[in-house]
Design a protein around this ligand. Structure first.
Ligand code: PMP
Length: 437
């Protein structure tokens, strides 16, 4: 095979060809064999409007025939990209007034780190450079963002994470709380650990903390009660910036336009991608809080330029698609629409809670995690088997260790949500039988 596949065991890919998709309709995709699948994860948490939205296709096509490419370097830009920047500031948390575009989530995260460093240099704090990230986090595959990611398989063999990164505990209450520990007490413990980490490293060396408001690729982990409040108190005390990584959660995934609004985060920087274009075009952005942006722009002016950018950042076709996606989200009354679909998903996942192999079910907007257990241990092999059984039944889930990840397109119907729940129940029963429990 000439195609080197990301996050895939190359040997197993040699043995059995990867499942190769050729077309999509609604929430379904079809492979080369003609098998159709309900994609319960919207690809990689991103195809929020399904796989056949005509308006997004039309927006892309119109832009392709008007101005198919322009950049935003050297004092030039494209009108549509500029219009998108303005539109985004209307939807973002109050005070986030500047937008820097990229093409991928990793680029947005790398931009956040570089601009954090630039900002600290501008403030005359060149020693304040380290970034705290959490175990289980996913922040991308770039040289900086992969280091911030808190998953061993992204580091081993790559000489990562590197000295810039400080690691703190994940906010996974179900997985990591002590017996009898309340959510609030667990949140306070995580905040104390963060405080101790920063104090030990020396607050003068710590520039920023990066976190997904709800963890995605680390297992769909919502913040336990009081978590962000406690964390932000520690960050403010040590003059450490908050970077909210909203690459998955931005544009309604958790029920509000941005999860920072839902959970009361006051980030200095915020990354977005994925649902921004419904994944019809690779595009990302970093939003900056106005005071931070002002310091950065003043310093760039002193230096004569902001020496950072990507050829395809803010691509006009992506911008046109994103503007149309935002229009569609507005028309669907995004927060209410997601709340309604979330209730349906919750109801569809209720029956699986009765299975003793299910330790925890978490539904946040249109993200869900079903965590499987083996007594008190995580049931990782079983989860893989459940996903295989579900695939055979025509539904695609994401396996994250012992967790089955779910994040369907926002356009998922009642019947499709029910199918997701029913398939999960049947697949778990079949997997348990096959494993001989
Ligand atoms: N941050 C988060 C929270 C993500 O979930 C991802 C991708 N899953 C990224 C960053 C990286 O995005 P990309 O793959 O577009 O580079």
């Amino acid at each position: 095979m000439s195609h080197m596949l990301p996050f895939t065991d190359p040997r197993s890919a040699e043995g059995r060809n990867p499942k190769t998709m050729v077309s999509g309709r609604g929430c379904h995709v079809t492979d080369t064999e003609g098998n159709e699948y309900l994609d319960a994860v919207a690809g990689l948490w991103c195809a929020s409007l399904g796989f056949s939205n005509e308006r997004l296709v039309e927006a892309a096509s119109k832009q392709l025939s008007t101005l198919p490419y322009y950049h935003s370097f050297l004092g030039r830009t494209a009108a549509v990209t500029d219009a998108l920047a303005r539109k985004l500031t209307e939807k973002l948390p109050v005070g986030m007034t500047k937008i820097f575009f990229g093409s991928s989530g990793s680029e947005a995260v790398d931009t956040a780190v570089k601009l954090t460093h630039f900002y600290q240099n501008a403030r005359g704090k060149p020693e304040k450079k380290r970034v705290v990230a959490r175990q289980g986090a996913y922040h991308g595959s770039g040289a900086l963002s992969a280091g911030l990611t808190g998953l061993d398989y992204c580091h081993i063999g790559f000489d990562l994470p590197g000295a810039m990164v400080l690691r703190t505990g994940r906010p996974h209450y179900f997985g990591d709380a002590e017996p009898g520990e309340s959510e609030t007490a667990f949140s306070r413990r995580r905040a104390r650990e963060l405080d101790a980490l920063i104090v030990e490293a020396g607050p003068e060396s710590v520039a920023a903390f990066i976190g997904e408001p709800v963890m995605g690729s680390g297992g769909v982990v919502p913040p336990p009660d009081g978590y962000w409040e406690a964390v932000q108190e520690v960050l403010a005390r040590h003059d450490v910036l908050l970077i909210a990584d909203e690459v998955i959660t931005g544009f309604g995934r958790t029920g509000s336009w941005f999860a920072s609004q839902r959970y009361g985060l006051r980030p200095a920087m915020l990354t977005m991608a994925k649902q921004m274009t419904g994944a019809y075009f690779p595009m990302s952005a970093l939003a900056l809080e106005s005071n931070v942006a002002e310091v950065i722009e003043k310093h760039a002016h002193e230096l004569g330029t902001l020496g950072h950018g990507f050829t395809y950042g803010g691509h006009p076709v992506g911008a046109a698609v994103a503007l149309e996606a935002v229009r569609i989200y507005e028309e669907m009354d995004l927060p209410n629409h997601v709340a309604d679909r979330s209730n349906a998903l919750n109801a569809a996942l209720a029956p699986i809670k009765a299975n003793p192999r299910v330790g925890n079910v978490r539904v946040i907007g249109l993200m869900a995690g079903v965590e499987l257990v083996d007594g008190r241990d995580p049931a990782t092999k079983l989860a893989r088997r459940v996903a295989d059984e579900a695939e055979r039944r025509g539904v695609l889930f994401r396996v994250i260790g012992p967790i089955l990840g779910i994040s369907p397109p926002y356009v998922v119907s009642d019947a499709e949500v029910e199918l997701i729940g029913r398939t999960l129940v049947e697949s778990l029963d079949a997997a348990v039988r096959a494993e001989g429990y």
